[in-house]
Ligand binder design. Structure first.
Ligand SMILES: C[S@@+](CC[C@H](N)C(=O)[O-])C[C@H]1O[C@@H](n2cnc3c(N)ncnc32)[C@H](O)[C@@H]1O
Length: 214
């Protein structure tokens, strides 16, 4: 299968950092204080994986999944010389093929679900919820829903659309409005426990949502 991230993959984290003035990185680890030693934590579409490495540094048992060889190669560069309580388990696969229902204390989808058309996004979100244990957590970090007055909303939408267009051109991501992940998480039986927002240029641009499976 073609690696959609073969060109933009190596630049991914650099672009995210400059586009968000580091807010994306902060968003990706915003819920890490709830991860405990030995927790089983899965990162779907891990990319370069600063969030997965930070979880392993907290002593969690981390599994990462990604379809892109390029992204996993970058992830492995980030691992150099690092030692953890539990070695990180890496799966080069489609998240939909991971047949480990109710296995994880935490399932992360950071800046992952926005890659897909709505129908596929819902199938994948439902798989993330399935992978979490009963009472386990699903964490989604992504662009936040536009809020505020019409001018603020216009700029928030524009900000998302520029990023979406760049990744549509570079990695064939879907073109779509910002998704309401909290709504879908609730529909899939998660209780929203915490939402943390990250600001850039006067407005909230990103959020991390911690949902608990019933
Ligand atoms: C937009 S990047 C986000 C990477 C990372 N989570 C981050 O926050 O920087 C999306 C990642 O999801 C991976 N991906 C896309 N579809 C996938 C699938 N069906 N299963 C597993 N990984 C997938 C891509 O290869 C890419 O690494």
């Amino acid at each position: 299968m073609k690696d959609k991230y073969s060109i933009i993959g190596p630049l991914y984290d650099f672009l995210a950092t400059i586009y968000s003035f580091n807010q994306i990185d902060k968003c990706k680890t915003a819920m890490h204080d709830t991860i405990k030693t030995d927790d089983k934590v899965l990162f779907a579409g891990v990319g370069h994986g600063i969030d997965a490495i930070a979880a392993a540094e907290r002593g969690a048992q981390v599994t990462v999944v990604d379809l892109s060889e390029t992204m996993l190669a970058r992830f492995n560069r980030g691992l150099r010389k690092k030692e953890f309580r539990h070695p990180i388990r890496q799966l080069h696969d489609n998240i939909l093929n991971i047949d480990e229902s109710s296995s994880y204390d935490f399932v992360f989808g950071n800046f992952f679900l926005n890659v897909f058309e709505e129908e596929m996004m819902l199938e994948i979100l439902s798989q993330l919820v399935k992978l979490a244990k009963r009472k386990g957590y699903v964490v989604i970090g992504d662009f936040s829903l536009p809020t505020g007055n019409p001018v603020a909303r216009f700029f928030q939408i524009l900000y998302w659309r520029i990023a979406d267009l760049i990744f549509w051109a570079a990695a064939q991501n879907a073109l779509h409005p910002v998704y309401d992940y909290q709504k879908y998480m609730k529909q899939l039986g998660c209780k929203i426990k915490t939402v943390k927002y990250f600001r850039f240029l006067f407005d909230d641009r990103y959020y991390s949502i911690l949902g608990q499976k019933k």
